[in-house]
Ligand binder design. Structure first.
Ligand SMILES: [Zn+2]
Length: 255
């Protein structure tokens, strides 16, 4: 994968073009090498920070924002949501972010986990979150909607795009994980599917159920992204490549 390839953004039609900048970058178009080739946007797994900085600069230039506008927090598979403007320590850990001002571009990192982008074009509020299975079971998506409500959002106006993430095709889990999902969501059709060996969880189905429970309209949820583990030429995947691989970053901001 050469580093002069163009950046490619997976985008969702539920996020309005007017009033928001958003995207889920694929892996092409950056300067990182090896299993991180090439648009690795995360610095925690050992890539040269200069590579990550250059990749973030290229992404910002492509998307039309200034790299200094990016606001990101350390994700810990938790459910806490930070509102832009609240104090933020350097070691703060938040898996969700919301804002209602023009300027910040919120980033949500993921490599198989779901990067979630939220947009309310009526109250003019944006949100981003990282949701793996723990965050999904814990309700991080619901927490983002709750914090958007604090900023004036009505759930029926909130649009939510699920970014490229591990699909039900590849997300094989143990019975203890299946039990967590069943305890959290009940018997949601399609959430647990039989695989060749163990059962698989469909994180998208669980996320959609959670968002609808929170009042988001079904037609405002885009829950059919590509599978990161299946498409190695387009996406990084933790299950496929481990920490040698790269990390994606969905982004959204008000314009
Ligand atoms: Zn797959």
């Amino acid at each position: 994968m050469s580093d002069d390839a163009p950046i490619r953004l997976h985008r969702s039609s539920v996020i309005p073009d007017v009033g928001f900048v958003h995207g889920f970058p694929e892996r092409a178009g950056g300067v990182s090498t090896g299993p991180r080739a090439s648009l690795n946007l995360g610095a925690r797994w050992g890539d040269d920070r200069a590579n990550v900085t250059e990749n973030r600069r290229r992404l910002a230039a492509h998307a039309g924002y200034d790299p200094d506008q990016l606001v990101a927090t350390r994700h810990v598979h938790g459910t806490a949501v930070w509102r832009h403007g609240e104090p933020l320590a350097d070691d703060a850990e938040f898996d969700g972010l919301v804002c209602n001002t023009v300027g910040p571009v919120l980033g949500a990192f993921a490599a198989d986990c779901i990067p979630l982008l939220f947009a309310d074009p009526v109250a003019r509020v944006a949100g981003a979150a990282h949701a793996g299975w723990r965050g999904t079971v814990g309700g991080v998506a619901t927490n983002v909607v709750d914090r958007m409500r604090e900023l004036g959002s009505k759930p029926e106006n909130v649009r939510v795009a699920l970014g490229p993430s591990i699909g039900p095709c590849c997300f094989e889990v143990g019975p203890e994980v299946v039990a967590e999902f069943t305890a959290a969501f009940g018997d949601v059709p399609g959430m647990i599917v039989d695989g060749p060996n163990k059962q698989h969880v469909d994180l998208r189905v669980a996320t959609r159920a959670q968002l609808e429970q929170a009042g988001v309209l079904p037609e405002h949820i885009d829950a059919a992204p590509p599978c990161t583990r299946c498409e190695a030429d387009r996406f990084f995947s933790y299950r496929r490549d481990g920490r040698e691989g790269g990390v994606h970053m969905g982004f959204i901001g008000l314009t």
